[in-house]
Each structure stands twice: as C-alpha cells, then as structure tokens.
Design a protein around this ligand. Structure first.
Ligand code: ADP
Ligand code: MG
Length: 258
C-alpha cells in the first residue's frame, strides 16, 4: 500500500469551478514524486485536498478519496493531518518575517510538535546541516533573507517536526536557477537519507525530472501523462505541459498573459 493514495479526486470551488477532475495518483513510501503542470492546471488544489486546507478557500472535494498511511483522511482536519506527519509547504515562501530564522523553526516545531513543546537543539541543528545558509543567518530576521533562503526556511519549518511526507508547492518559482537547483538537490538528499516521502508540485519540468522518480502531468485538472522520467522523457513532458497550455490560451484568447 502506498503511503499516499489519491483515488478519483475531484475538487470544485464555489460549487462552480472544476479545478481537479478525477485525479488518481500515489506516492510510495520513501519516494520523491512530481506533479507537473502549467499555471491553473490544478496542482495547488490537489495539494490542498491532500493536506486538508481546501476548506479555507471554499473549495471542496466532490468525489474521490485521499488515503494516507492506509486510511482515508477525508474527515481529518488539516492540523491533525500535520500532526500525523503529512506536512504542506504552501506556495509563496510563508515565514514569519519579523522573527529570527531560529524562532521561525521553533514556532513551527511548537505548532506541529507531538508533545506541544519546543523542538530540541538537535532537531534545529539538523535543519542547519541540510541548509547551512540558514545556520549562518540563524539570528537574522527571516524578512531579510533572500527569496531562496526564505524558501529553504519554509521547507525547514516543515521538516522540524520530522514528518513522514512533505508536500511542496512550487519551491523553485521566481528563484535563480542555481538556487532552485540547490533546493532540489537538498530535498533529494533528505529523501535518500531519511526516507522522507516527498510530493513536489512544479512548473519547472527539467529541474524536477532530474530528481523525482515518478511524475504526473496535469492539464485542466486531469492527469494527461504519467511515468518515470525515462518513460515520459523530458521533451514529451514539456510539450504536454506547455503546448497544452498554449492550446488552451489560443482557444481562450482573453486569458493570454493572465
Ligand atoms: N480559492 C479559489 N477559488 C476559486 N477558484 C480557484 C481557487 N483556487 C484556484 N482556483 C481555480 O482553480 C483552478 C486550478 O487552480 P490551482 O489549483 O491553483 O492551479 P495551479 O496550482 O496548477 O496553478 C484555476 O482555474 C483557478 O483559477
Ligand atoms: Mg499553484
């Protein structure tokens, strides 16, 4: 049984907008899997359905199921899913900008920690081992970090509670290619060394296929291609995503550029 198993998931906003239609996907324990697709394909909605945060955006699962660790979590609240080890790194590098790097990690540990207590020194230092730049800036305000460092901190906050599965939404967006590569290399290293299962959502096909062992490609809320990076090939994946998006824009010119 896969650690995460999504069956025929459909997500609707406001009773009208079909964001995700009949998506089935799974993540085997200890693997790093990618969910790729252009803007508006339904990637974030899928992650929110998995972490239980859809309700905060008036989205709902109309059909299908989300199973984590062998059981349905449809009725389980987001904070309880987090406590069970299913952690969501939301799009947009969410950190507390007025707090130090270290306090950000401590606060995240408190919020999700199993004992409701602060994370220990060893847990914090483990994050600095993976992300030395965060260690160097541990006393600095998170708001003064670069975009790449803020993304590292957002991931560090998720890792502090030693989750079983991390969902990461567009970690590379807006970052210099070398920094994005660094972040993916470190996530892959954590996946290998600790067995943490990772589901990454990305628009950056090339970077992601270098590190993920399996990928799903979403278009208009549906899975249009899936397989190992070798199966689907970078080129096919890129054209499925970007030609698909181009065809959509051509059919609906009002949305070009928006
Ligand atoms: N909170 C929301 N309310 C209404 N529509 C939404 C909301 N969030 C996303 N959508 C719509 O759902 C579709 C999928 O969005 P999303 O899951 O954010 O895609 P992606 O992450 O792939 O860019 C888009 O058409 C988007 O406009
Ligand atoms: Mg998104």
């Amino acid at each position: 049984m896969a650690l995460l198993n999504i069956e025929e998931l459909s997500v609707v906003y406001g009773g009208a907008i079909d964001a995700v239609s009949n998506v089935s996907l799974k993540v085997e324990e200890g693997t790093m899997v990618a969910l790729l697709g252009s803007n508006g394909a339904g990637k974030s909605s899928t992650l929110k359905a998995i972490s239980g945060t859809l309700e905060f955006e008036r989205g709902e699962i109309t059909t299908g199921d989300v199973q984590f660790d062998g059981g349905s979590v449809r009725a389980v609240k987001a904070h309880q899913r987090a406590r069970a080890g299913l952690i969501h790194v939301r799009e947009g590098r969410h950190v507390f900008s007025g707090m130090s790097v270290e306090d950000n990690l401590i606060a995240a540990g408190f919020a999700v920690g199993k004992r409701g207590s602060a994370p220990g020194r060893a847990e914090i230092d483990r994050i600095y081992e993976y992300f030395p730049r965060l260690g160097e800036r541990r006393h600095g305000l998170a708001g003064f970090l670069s975009g790449g460092e803020q993304q590292m901190l957002a991931i560090g906050r998720a890792l502090i509670s030693q989750p079983r599965m991390m969902l990461v939404d567009e970690a590379s967006l807006g970052l210099a290619p070398m920094i994005a590569e660094d972040i993916f290399r470190i996530m892959a290293e954590i996946n290998r060394e600790t067995g943490l299962s990772i589901l990454v959502v990305e628009q950056n096909v090339g970077l992601t296929l270098k590190h993920a062992s399996y990928a799903y490609i979403l278009e208009n809320g549906r899975v249009v291609l899936e397989g190992t990076p070798d199966d689907i090939g970078g080129r096919d994946a890129i054209s499925a995503i970007y030609l698909g998006a181009a065809a959509k824009a051509a059919a609906n010119p009002a949305h070009i550029g928006g």
